[in-house]
Design a protein around this ligand. Structure first.
Ligand code: BGC
Length: 387
């Protein structure tokens, strides 16, 4: 009997020990399983109407952030960022199929060029020659024209480094494309860092003088694009925005700058201290769609804006080497587009912070020049940092 007792106790101890060890080891393993690995995966995304094959790249960092980018238009189709509890949710608007991008959309997540924003009447004069650009926004030229950089297939190459991964995109915009002079060779490098940043480096070179103004057009909703996620987003009006700009460029009815650099003081344009986007939006005709003149521009990387979303606790900072920032509050979204999670994108469902030179600079001699000369290099860096 005694023997039996000792035997049973030993068996129980052994079982408990095995259970304990197994549990521990299992836990370690499952944690390891959950740990994110930095890397890139590539998948086929579809074909354009002209039969060009397009890929989708998923960049991941070791913290769990992922960014999906297609070489069609250099579009960021998805970007996840952590909330205050560390949960990652997709915070950009967009689609999960190429067909939906091909069917038309308002520049969701795209690289915009050769000239971001508007050029009045699609005309400008350079070295005594008048150039006529494609007009695609009433009488004006918007975001590079009918077939801008958002609608072309870019050559792509993966970049693997010690603490970051990236995607190098290249596109040759031919002399005369959309009316622009010069063959323009453009490189855009998207980098996902180990620090939850999406860095975008732009470079361009030309063989004839031409205006160049490249930007990125993600629509962010920091509460989460998917209302089934941590949020339950009703739009971006509750987001708190800070823009480090004392001045902005007022516009006419066609959203063309008048040429004035106006102080934001005592106007609803003032975001020098954090203010809810919705707080004064009704005082701004049509909503926010304005270029801000960033303070102390000297071409170095500076903090241009910060956005925090109170429900999720997400914070995004925008750093740039550019002199301007277009704040667009998604005014033209009207519920007719359904996004990747099945959500209808209503007015103000996403906002854009587009780092850029000022709109219509080729016709505004008092604005910083956007003319790239042969032998010179256009460079621009912007960082979207999530914390
Ligand atoms: C412009 C808006 C335009 C939108 C297109 C923004 O960059 O400032 O006026 O409607 O892009 O979706």
């Amino acid at each position: 009997m005694k023997k039996y007792f000792y035997f049973s106790a030993a068996a129980l101890c052994l079982t408990l020990l095995m259970f304990f060890l197994g549990g521990c080891c299992g836990k370690v393993n499952s944690n390891q399983g959950k740990e994110s690995k930095m890397g890139i995966t590539k998948s086929f995304f579809g074909k354009t109407e002209t039969g060009q094959a397009v890929d989708l790249y998923t960049l991941s960092n070791s913290k769990g952030m992922t960014v999906k980018i297609t070489n069609y238009g250099g579009i960021v189709t998805s970007l996840t960022a952590p909330d205050k509890k560390g949960n990652f949710n997709d915070v950009v608007l967009g689609f999960d199929t190429l067909e939906k991008y091909l069917a038309g959309h308002p520049y969701f997540g795209a690289i915009v060029g050769r000239y971001g924003n508007r050029i009045a009447k699609g005309r400008f004069t350079l070295n005594g020659v008048e150039y006529k650009l494609a007009t695609n926004n009433g009488e004006n030229h918007l975001h590079g024209g009918i077939n801008g950089f958002d609608k072309v297939v870019w050559q792509s190459e993966e970049i693997h480094k010690k603490n970051e991964v990236g995607l190098r995109l290249h596109y040759l915009s031919k002399d005369g494309e959309e009316g622009y002079p010069g063959n323009l060779s453009v490189v855009v490098i998207y980098t996902l860092t180990g620090n939850n940043e999406l860095k975008i480096d732009y470079e361009a070179e030309t063989d004839k003088a031409t205006p160049v103004n490249l930007t990125h057009h993600s629509y962010f909703n920091l509460e989460g694009e998917d209302p089934g996620g941590s949020g339950g987003s009703n739009g971006i009006l509750g987001h708190l925005l800070t823009i480090h700009a004392d001045r902005f460029t007022p516009v006419d009815n066609g959203l063309i700058p008048t040429g004035e650099l106006k102080n934001v003081q005592d106007t609803p344009m003032d975001f020098l201290t954090p203010r809810a986007i919705g707080e004064r939006i009704s005082l701004v005709e049509g909503g926010y769609d304005h270029n801000y003149v960033l303070n102390n521009w000297d071409g170095s990387l500076k903090l241009a804006a910060s956005v925090s979303e109170p429900v999720s606790g997400r914070i995004m900072e925008v750093w740039t080497t550019e002199p301007g920032l277009q704040f667009y509050s998604g005014n033209f979204l009207d519920g007719t587009i359904t996004g990747k999670s099945g959500k209808k994108y209503e007015k103000h469902y996403g906002f854009c912070l587009e780092t850029q030179h000022f709109p219509d600079s080729p016709n505004k001699p008092n604005f910083p020049s956007t003319i790239l000369e042969p032998g010179k290099k256009y460079t621009h860096t912007t960082v979207y940092r999530f914390r």
